[in-house]
Design a protein around this ligand. Structure first.
Ligand code: PPS
Length: 288
């Protein structure tokens, strides 16, 4: 297992050493973006894979072939991961690039270009639940211990990829500096078609009705759960222990209600209020 036990530290955040090195992270922070690049920025478990699939369908005009034949990490590779250089396709068209890095690391390089950024966020209580389950599956992440212990680390920003609060606040702060659109996991759930139209308008490729029909079908949770190019079933068990659960776990809004005790929820609400305060995003999620 390659660097499975290693934790890399960069700009004050911890990242899995299996996927990142100091060199790959430095490369990301100084990447020469092109104006035609489209960047999906997310904190983990916020709807990254879903957005990769939606953009694939938008750019293929609803043709499902690329999404069914090319793994998502090839279609929209992670900028900061060691595989990025060898994976990014040098196309004359739009390059789809994914990143979990915080804005304070990535924004300076992005600001040198007119690249478009799509920031996807999700109710942090659901993020915490999804991330906890993912830790049990992903052998390159530390053993999360109990959910309560994990939640304490999540609230203190001591988990891998850093603080959810800093991530969201940092990217929200880029509204004036970047060509950026903000979208939530919950919005995708509520109205996938409307969200795809909004994204198409932002990207300058308004989707035809047939594209939207195909996208709605192909990007449903059920279709993506069964798509080996998006559900991570191709990853060997030494890296993701598939006996511990599925990457496409539940795909619902509000699963935190089945995991949080009233005390955990109250503790979370207190930290949320302290951290987000008035920046509260006009909170698009029913956190309480
Ligand atoms: S990662 O590891 O950061 O790339 O994970 P990410 O893709 O951001 O988030 C994984 C969660 O997104 C859910 N998901 C979906 N939900 C609804 N519909 C669709 N199509 C969909 N695709 C992915 C996935 O199930 C994970 O959430 P949980 O709550 O764990 O089910």
């Amino acid at each position: 297992m390659d660097r499975m036990e290693v934790t890399e530290t960069f700009a004050g955040i911890s990242l899995p050493g299996h996927l990142h090195t100091k060199e790959s992270l430095h490369f990301a922070a100084t990447f020469p973006f092109r104006d035609s690049d489209v960047v999906i920025a997310t904190y983990p478990k916020s709807g990254t894979t879903w957005m990769q699939e939606i953009l694939t369908l938008l750019y293929s005009n609803g043709d499902v072939l690329p999404a069914r034949t090319i793994p998502n990490w090839v279609r929209a590779p992670w900028l900061e991961q060691i595989y990025f250089k060898d994976t990014l396709q040098d196309t004359a068209g739009h390059r789809l690039i994914t990143s979990h890095l915080p804005a304070r690391v990535l924004a300076p390089a992005l600001q040198q270009s007119k690249a478009k950024v799509i920031y996807v966020s999700r109710n942090p209580k659901d993020v915490a639940v999804s991330f906890y389950h993912f830790h049990r599956l992903a052998k390159f992440l530390p053993d999360p211990g109990s959910f309560d212990a994990f939640l304490v680390q999540f609230l203190e920003g001591r988990v891998q990829y850093g603080s959810w609060f800093d991530h969201v606040k940092g990217w929200l702060g880029q509204r004036q500096a970047l060509d950026i659109i903000y979208i939530t996991y919950e919005e995708l759930h509520q109205d996938l078609r409307g969200a795809a139209e909004r994204l198409g308008a932002f990207l300058g490729c308004p989707p035809a009705p047939e594209t939207l029909g195909s996208l709605e079908q192909h990007c449903s949770f059920a279709a993506m759960r069964d798509n080996a190019m998006a559900n991570y079933s191709l990853i060997p068990c030494e890296i993701m222990d598939h006996s511990q659960g599925c990457f496409m776990r539940k795909g619902v809004v509000g699963d935190w209600r089945d995991h949080f005790s009233p005390q955990q929820s109250a503790r979370f609400d207190r930290v949320y209020q302290q951290e987000m305060g008035d920046a509260g995003l006009g909170a698009p999620w029913p956190v309480a």
